[in-house]
Design a protein around this ligand. Structure first.
Ligand code: ADP
Ligand code: MG
Length: 699
């Protein structure tokens, strides 16, 4: 007999080999995982379009027609497959950018096909990229089913008979046997007011909907369920922290803060900085553990805020640690903060991967004895032998660069967890922040220091390189400095290195010694060499810095006013925005030049257009979320946690709100879900906590 916890191998038609593939490719281990592998869309088999009817604002459509000539086009590294497809009303192109090698042999020119995909317009012509394509002779007959589910699968699974239809067949065969095991997990009090379909029905309808209305109701119910349990977890953690964790009280503002604030502050704080410091001070005095996200666009002055907070910690007898994601950035913070605090006679420590063994010993001793009050560093701070006398505050810069485990490790550096201030320039859209950081308080610096001019962003093609060089020359003649950044997606990619070094050669030829000096920084250099080159640029000795994205985060050279980004189409939006944020830090007009090839994918085009249109980080982030989805946005470390089965944070903001208030309401009456009516809710909740322990400890 098949049950939800039956290993997938024992389902009829699976067996050991396919089971292994299902596990590897789709994380399907048990029957339950199979059932929770929801269709990602449906084909409306009741409707066909003719080519003449197509426009570019249609959703996905189904067409019957004949395949014409199939051609491979493009450079070796950017091959694409283009095929003509026509019906009596006209013709379009089908295009594949990926998988060219294995798609091509499956296409039979001259045969009739049913295709399915989203029409888009490119160069005035309609095409469909990566369509589903099926020989007409093999296609499901129209009358058989109205909404056919489509499941994610993989090349390997497809090769073993588990294409979407194969998966559909498996689900169809087990569903009747296990449907009764799907008990109702959302408290019934919410069903009527929120119009939630019963769980059992939703599971059936999500796979095999009777019609569009039922399909949508099933999706809504299952999205709600997923977000509801997520919110229960996050909110419970928040309640626990508010109630049970005692925080250090930083009750006073004393001599260090006051002296620095009145005598050594290099500029007047912006109103936003002042407001944020007030918000933080309120937390620090409240007797709870602070857990606050400080969001502010690049260049908004987060570092100064964190420095002032560290001085408050010091005034109350506590130590502070500031952790940065890269060595360059840690060095820069160290130098900046040391210089600012020097007149007060406060020494700052620095600990990174390249701190010498001999020096470490002294640092560890001074931290343990309490002689040192402030330390700046990289991941090295997480090591077990870094121990403090009384660590009261942890500042985490560019928090999205750290994994959850790393961040929660800082919690444990003290018996009483220190106050945590995480800073990020990557603006996180509201819906995402609520899910990821449901239990984090958020402060926003929404104002740049005065006198900054918005950065002008332009898009240029490769073929206009001379224009780019001329512009650089012009700016350098005016005394400015220039960054030129090359993509280096994987440190190991030799092609990328070649591009970088070719670029560097080209630039040194166009900007020769002795008149010009060009610095270079990339990931494979020794830290000491990196520092040396950074120093050349920071001091103004080098006018040009050629670099990979190692300079993406946080680096601050106010005299640099031009950011040239090569192969800009290969960067994600948040990266582009971060890179652009390296300029525009002084009073001069700054520029960002996005250099791309001539042919751009639609998505790349939209990214570049977004960058040219706006400098507002929140707008960039919203656009990013829409284009890429949340998993990618947060960088690889966090994407794993965003493994939602059905909800989509970019689109389901409303459902998230509903789920969040329902979760709040429930926990207000039953903080531990311990009412007899809630047995099933609680049972399911506990199962989720086991599956996703990280969700509650995200900060
Ligand atoms: P981010 O928020 O990106 O970390 P930084 O803290 O690096 O920004 O600050 C960017 C630049 O702005 C630095 O040179 C800093 O000294 C300067 N700055 C910060 N606050 C102010 C202010 N209130 N007035 C003028 N300049 C400021
Ligand atoms: Mg910063």
């Amino acid at each position: 007999m098949i049950k939800l916890n039956t290993p997938i191998e024992y389902v009829k038609g699976v067996g050991p080999k396919r089971a292994e593939l299902l596990q590897k490719e789709l994380n399907i281990f048990f029957v339950e995982d199979l059932i929770n592998h929801f269709p990602f869309r449906y084909i409306d088999r009741s409707k066909f379009y003719t080519i003449a009817e197509l426009t570019d604002n249609m959703p996905q459509v189904q067409i019957v027609g004949r395949l014409g000539e199939v051609q491979e086009l493009g450079k070796p590294r950017q091959k694409r497959l283009v095929a003509k497809f026509y019906d009596p009303s006209g013709s379009i192109e089908l295009i594949w950018f990926k998988g060219v090698k294995w798609v091509k042999p499956t296409l039979q020119a001259g045969a009739d096909y049913v295709i399915f995909g989203k029409p888009t317009v490119f160069n005035g012509k309609i095409n469909i990229a990566h369509p589903d394509i099926e020989l007409l002779s093999k296609a499901t007959s129209k009358s058989q089913v109205a909404l056919q589910p489509v499941y994610h699968t993989s090349e390997k699974l497809t090769a073993n008979g588990l294409h979407s239809k194969g998966i559909e067949k498996l689900i169809k065969s087990v569903l009747p046997e296990i449907l009764n095991e799907f008990y109702e997990n959302v408290p019934t009090q919410f069903h009527d007011p929120l119009k939630l379909m019963p769980r059992k029905m939703a599971i059936k309808e999500i796979h095999f909907p009777q019609n569009l209305t039922y399909m949508q109701a099933a999706q809504y119910r299952l999205k709600f369920e997923e977000l509801f349990f997520l919110q229960l977890q996050i909110i419970r953690m928040k309640l626990y922290r508010d109630r049970d964790i005692q925080g250090f009280v930083f009750g006073k503002v004393g001599e260090h803060f006051n002296q620095f604030f009145h005598d050594h502050l290099p500029f007047e704080l912006t109103n936003a900085q002042k407001r944020v410091i007030k918000e933080i001070r309120k937390d620090l005095g409240a007797g709870k553990q602070m857990n606050r996200l400080l969001q502010g666009d690049v260049g908004s002055g987060k570092t100064m805020v964190s420095l002032l907070v560290m001085l408050i910690a010091m005034d109350n007898g506590f130590q502070s640690a500031m952790m940065a994601p890269t060595e360059i950035l840690a060095n820069q913070h160290y130098e900046g903060i040391s210089e600012l605090l020097e007149p007060l006679g406060i020494g700052v420590e620095l600990l990174t991967g390249s701190t010498k063994q001999a020096a470490r010993k002294g640092i560890f001793e001074r931290l343990l004895s309490g002689e040192s009050s402030i330390i700046v560093g990289t991941h090295a701070l997480l090591e077990d032998h870094v121990k403090f006398k009384n660590l009261g505050l942890v500042v985490i810069d560019e928090q999205h660069r750290f994994g959850v485990a790393q961040r929660s490790k800082m919690w444990q550096k003290n018996a009483i967890p220190p106050h945590i201030l995480v800073m990020s320039a990557t603006p996180i859209p509201r819906t995402l922040a609520m899910t990821l950081y449901g239990d984090l308080d958020v402060s926003v610096i929404d104002e740049l220091p005065p006198g900054r001019k918005p950065i002008e962003t332009r898009h240029l093609r490769d073929s206009h390189r001379l224009k780019v060089f001329a512009f650089m020359k012009d700016q350098i003649d005016k005394g400015r400095q220039v960054y030129v950044v090359y993509p280096l997606i994987k440190e190991s990619e030799n092609m990328d290195y070649k591009d970088l070094m070719d670029g560097f050669d080209g630039i040194t030829r166009a900007f020769p010694l002795p008149q010009y000096k060009v610095a270079i920084v990339h990931g494979q250099m020794k830290p000491a060499d990196k520092d040396h080159e950074m120093q050349l640029f920071a001091s103004g000795e080098a006018q040009i810095m050629v670099a990979t994205t190692v300079i993406e985060v946080g680096v601050n050279v106010p005299n640099a006013s031009v950011m040239v980004i090569e192969s800009a189409e290969r960067f994600g939006l948040s990266q582009l925005h971060q890179l652009r944020g390296r300029v525009g830090r002084g009073a001069d007009q700054s520029y960002c030049l996005l250099v791309t090839g001539n042919k751009l994918s639609n998505e790349a085009k939209q990214r570049i257009e977004t960058m040219v249109r706006t400098t507002d980080g929140f707008e960039v982030a919203e656009s990013d979320l829409k284009l890429r989805g949340p998993g990618d946005m947060m960088g690889t470390q966090q994407s794993g946690m965003l493994n939602l089965a059905i909800a989509d944070l970019a689109k389901d903001g409303k459902i998230l709100q509903l789920a969040r208030s329902a979760a709040f309401e429930l926990l207000k009456s039953y903080p531990n879900l311990d009412s007899p009516d809630l047995i099933n809710t609680r049972r399911f909740y506990q199962k989720m906590v086991k599956l996703r322990p990280n969700w509650s400890k995200i900060s």
